[in-house]
Design a protein around this ligand. Structure first.
Ligand code: SAM
Ligand code: DTB
Ligand code: SF4
Length: 335
């Protein structure tokens, strides 16, 4: 049974178990609710890079930090479509377009993104966008264009949030998630560890995600990629044990959710990634770049899949047969 009434004390107790006990509990739940050995391969593309007005302390795309990221305006449609086609040909089933925007504005660039969503949806890929804050009407327009999922991370706990971002609030973030949910778009929301937060902050963030009205269909767990020029450039890297605690706790709290082993794989040996899959992660981003930072290359991931006997997951697996909506995309199932 899916629970959205987890107490903070329950989440704390799950999270603080001995790590092997925690992983084995999560693995048992994973085996019941997910196809073990199946991992969804997704591709990210930064369709508009850098020059962002926000002050997210981790982010290489914030205009106020000098990080050497090559900023560019919204990419031409043809370039985005070609990239989506390559991703599909290489076995990705979800394509996520990211823009370094604070929020969506009702302008020509948004109209162009809607066109991109429609085209990528037409390729049979699960189309995802991460474009910053949005209102109800913008969410509806994205849905109509065929958007399958929207990524908007809580990033950390409410208590830690102000240390990391001052240019918007935690409630702004939650409101956007509500607009996404209301429009019938699949919700993708997770966070980053390694920002200098405590275990209490990590537990609180997982508690917030798992007690939303419905669980997000997708929870990315990112390890901070420290980038020179950002305020968090000198943060120590997180250990695999910390990733395992986050992934396993997410899997236990939200059994039907896709838990995505997101940023941070570049520094993780296959042995560590294997443990993350055992603990309940069932998705990765493929390709040598995330949005702006390095990621393992395609061949390395192919070898990992072969070595671990992993199978790539098909698209739209969480959708009941017949629930066709726009184009080839289908409606997400409520958690
Ligand atoms: N501007 C939009 C927003 O903030 O929602 C969308 C793009 S933003 C780059 C998407 C997510 O990437 C952030 O919420 C954050 O979780 C993640 N991210 C950004 N920089 C990162 C870093 N250095 N390490 C790990 N994750 C990072
Ligand atoms: C998410 O949670 N992680 C991805 C995706 N959602 C958009 C982004 C990670 C970005 C890492 C830093 C970069 O490459 O710029
Ligand atoms: Fe801008 Fe998003 Fe980066 Fe924050 S995380 S600076 S909003 S691109």
């Amino acid at each position: 049974m899916l629970r959205t009434d987890w107490t903070l004390a329950e989440v704390t107790a799950i999270y603080h178990q001995p790590v092997l006990e925690l992983v084995s509990q999560a693995a048992a739940i994973h085996a019941v609710t997910q196809a073990t050995g199946e991992v969804q391969v997704c591709t990210l593309l930064s369709v508009k890079t850098g020059g962002c007005p926000e002050d997210c302390a981790y982010c290489p795309q914030a205009a106020r930090y000098h990080t050497g990221v090559q900023a560019h305006k919204l990419l031409p449609d043809a370039e985005v479509l070609a990239s989506a086609q390559r991703a599909r040909d290489a076995g990705s089933t979800r394509f996520c377009m990211g823009a370094a925007w604070r929020e969506i504005r009702d302008n020509k660039d948004f109209d162009r993104v809607l066109g991109m969503v429609e085209q990528v949806n037409g390729l049979g890929l699960e189309v995802c966008c991460t474009l910053g804050m949005l209102n109800e009407y913008q969410a509806e327009r994205l849905k109509e264009a065929g958007l399958y999922a929207y990524n908007h991370n809580l990033d950390t706990s409410r208590e830690k949030y102000d240390d990391i971002i001052t240019t918007r609030t935690y409630d702004d973030r939650l409101n956007t998630l509500e607009h996404v949910r209301k429009a019938g778009i699949s919700v993708c929301s997770g966070g980053i560890i390694g920002l200098g937060e405590t275990d209490e902050d990590r537990v609180a963030m997982l508690h917030t995600l798992a007690t939303l009205e419905a669980h997000p269909e997708s929870v990315p767990v990112n390890a901070l990629v420290p980038v020179e020029g950002t305020p968090l450039a000198e943060q120590p890297r997180v250990s695999v044990w910390e990733m395992l605690r986050m992934i396993a706790t997410a899997r236990i709290l939200m059994p039907n959710t896709m838990v995505r082993l997101s940023a941070g794989r570049q520094e993780m040996p296959v042995t560590e990634q294997a443990l993350c899959f055992l603990a309940g992660a069932n998705s990765i981003f493929s390709g040598e770049k995330l949005l702006t930072t390095p990621n393992p290359d395609f061949d390395a991931d192919q070898q990992m899949f072969a070595l671990l006997g992993l199978k790539p997951r098909k698209s739209f697996k969480d959708v009941p047969e017949g629930a066709v909506l726009m184009g080839r995309g289908k409606a997400p199932v409520e958690a």
